[in-house]
Design a protein around this ligand. Structure first.
Ligand code: ATP
Ligand code: MG
Length: 585
């Protein structure tokens, strides 16, 4: 079994140097003690832990956010200033008469106002939902309806294009606060400008007592397997955000941390806002969309020390080879992690080639609110494995029993459903307005994740596929990830999505959709070569029988290949909910 050497992690929280004993002694109560809590036993509030507790004295002078605008502008926001700005926003909500628990939605690019509004709304006790700014009117309408949004923070141009056409379908929406980003002098009808409201509001705000179980964030899932679900999280989730960032990202107060995810996706909030701030680190925020050259420059110029990204971004950078990466100089960079999709072993190796650091895969979901399984800094990583459960997390590979119960799979390395024992702080509390669906996720005190995995005899978990994506071919159960990873090893391949295509004889055949790296011709010769290549690596039972070369593959906005869409298109079926689809057809 291949094992890569550890990352540079000079001062990894000593707790993890001995993983088994940390797991044995760790408790979530202990982690809660790493945070402050509101004064006078006032409970626990995410924004207090993220911002206010760092705002006083010298700590307040540290940079909380280093914002890089699209057009080259920069803005640095110190903790003290972020505390004031978010307090102003909380006061704005009070002035608008918002009761605790009101739905506050954000629809904006990664502009500073988005961050101060999220934090301010959390202070005030609102339930916050950041949406992807690239969403069209329909996905905005369905999500705002489900979450009963009463306040929307957006920009003038986004409002005009996307919200005005659906405004009359949003009866619960009372206030639209806009940031100007176009040249019209008049504000869109029915909106108010945010800047003067902030200006007029007081810069101090006393966070009301917040029970740790108070709803805080409503996050929609990526919609990879179907209609997105609204997962509701509570304030005590911050305990998990904070602890898991220490454990799985090796994050500390002196880090410059860059999480490339947009807050419209749970990663961009749990780790793109809350966790790094709760640790007192400096958060790099890039307003621009992905651009490989720009990203290398950010890593280099901003002296990023911990970088959290996703397989889709890594694959896009890999397309250009590793020479560009090696030409850069990243003395500060000491830890790279990835989440969202399986990280092909190829990508882990590319990290070594490009940065001299492996990429540490970790696994979690919108529902879990925080990282659950990871290749820790302090352990040898196994390319292709998701790692081991974090302290405080009990994970298991289960099989379903005929009586509706579950039991562990019989042998090490057997595939089964990945399950987590309930009880960690960032666990979702419901799928909003879908109670029944929520209940169906549990058997006894196990939460069943819908993903299939196996555990090796050293305790590493390996992703096999989503339960929905498994392929049954001639009596074999084939996980798409294995096939995709094998094809990724071919030098011409940039991306792969594998599906099962119904076949009258063998049930399903394995079909792969492939996108190529620049400079490769999508011709018949290459197609045949890929078929042969996969066959040699995987054997005839598992290798794809058909390969289709496409210019690009359909992806969710959080960067996941949408296999269900590849399948629907292949079979000429309705496309289903494609509200989160990124690549235009
Ligand atoms: P939906 O639930 O709407 O279909 P989704 O499951 O993609 O969408 P997210 O909550 O954003 O929504 O993604 C979580 C899922 O992403 C996991 O259940 C898993 O399938 C996949 N995933 C995340 N990290 C990893 C990883 N490191 N390796 C493999 N798969 C991963
Ligand atoms: Mg899911």
């Amino acid at each position: 079994m291949e094992i890569l050497r550890k990352s540079r992690h000079e001062a990894q929280a000593a707790v993890l140097d001995d993983y088994p004993s940390t797991c044995a002694s760790f408790s979530w109560e202990e982690a809660r003690g790493w945070l402050d809590g509101l004064p006078d036993g006032g409970g626990l509030n995410i924004a207090h832990e993220a911002v206010d507790r760092h705002a006083a004295g010298e700590a307040g002078e540290r940079i909380a956010i280093r914002w890089l605008g699209k057009s080259g502008t920069r803005r640095e926001i110190r903790y003290r200033e972020l505390a004031e700005l978010s307090s102003r926003f909380a006061n704005v909500l009070e002035t608008l008469g918002m009761a605790r628990g009101a739905g506050v939605f954000l629809l904006a690019g990664r502009i500073p106002e988005l961050y101060l509004a999220v934090l301010g709304a959390l202070k005030q006790g609102a339930v916050v939902t950041p949406l992807f700014s690239a969403f069209g009117p329909e996905p905005i309408a369905t999500r705002m309806t489900l979450g009963e949004g009463r306040v929307l923070v957006t920009t003038t141009s986004l409002y005009r294009r996307k919200v005005a056409p659906i405004r009359d379908r949003l009866p619960s929406l009372e206030h639209v606060l806009v940031v100007r980003d176009d040249d019209f002098e008049a504000l869109p009808e029915g909106t108010r400008e945010l800047a003067p409201l902030l200006e007029a509001a007081a810069s101090d705000y006393t966070i009301p007592a917040t029970d740790p179980e108070t709803p805080a964030l409503l996050h929609f899932t990526s919609g990879t397997t179907g209609k997105p679900k609204g997962a509701l999280h509570v304030h005590q989730a911050v305990v998990a955000h904070h602890a898991t960032a220490r454990f799985a990202l090796d994050l500390r107060a002196d880090d410059v941390f860059w999480c490339t995810a947009d807050p419209g996706w749970v990663t961009g909030t749990s780790y793109g806002i809350i966790a790094p701030l709760s640790l007192g680190a400096t958060l790099v925020i890039d307003e621009a969309e992905f651009d490989a050259e720009r990203w290398y420059q950010i890593l280099e110029r901003e002296a990023v020390s911990v970088w959290y990204t996703a397989p889709t971004a890594v694959r896009m950078m890999m397309k250009g080879g590793s020479a560009r990466a090696r030409a850069g100089n990243y003395p500060a960079l000491r830890f790279i992690a990835s989440v969202g999709e399986p990280l092909n072993p190829q990508a882990v190796h590319w990290g070594m080639e490009a940065f001299g650091l492996p990429i540490h895969d970790n696994w979690w979901q919108t529902e879990t609110g925080g990282i659950m399984i990871a290749n820790f800094a302090s352990m040898d990583i196994r390319p292709g494995a998701m790692g081991k459960p974090l302290p405080g997390i009990e994970a298991a590979v289960l099989r379903r029993l005929p009586d509706g119960g579950v039991a562990p799979v019989e042998h090490v390395d057997d595939e089964g459903e990945l399950a987590l024992r309930v009880g960690w702080p960032s666990m979702f509390r419901t799928y909003l307005h879908e109670e029944e669906r929520y209940r169906r996720c549990f058997v006894g005190d196990w939460y069943l994740t819908g993903d299939l995995a196996r555990r090796d005899h050293d305790g590493y978990f390996w992703f096999v596929g989503r339960a929905d994506d498994m392929i049954k071919s001639a009596g074999h159960l084939i996980g798409p990830f294995e096939v995709e990873s094998a094809l990724m090893e071919h030098p011409a391949v940039a991306e792969v999505g594998v599906i099962g295509k119904p076949d009258p004889v063998i049930g399903e055949i394995v079909k792969a959709f492939v996108a190529l790296k620049p400079g490769h011709e999508p011709d018949e010769a290459l197609r045949r070569e890929l078929l042969g290549f996969a066959r040699k690596r995987l054997g005839p039972a598992v290798a794809p029988k058909e390969i289709d070369i496409q210019p690009s593959l359909p992806r969710t906005r959080s960067g996941k290949i949408m296999r269900r869409l590849l399948k629907a298109r292949e079979l000429g079926l309705p496309e289903g909910d494609i509200s989160t689809l990124e690549t235009p057809r």
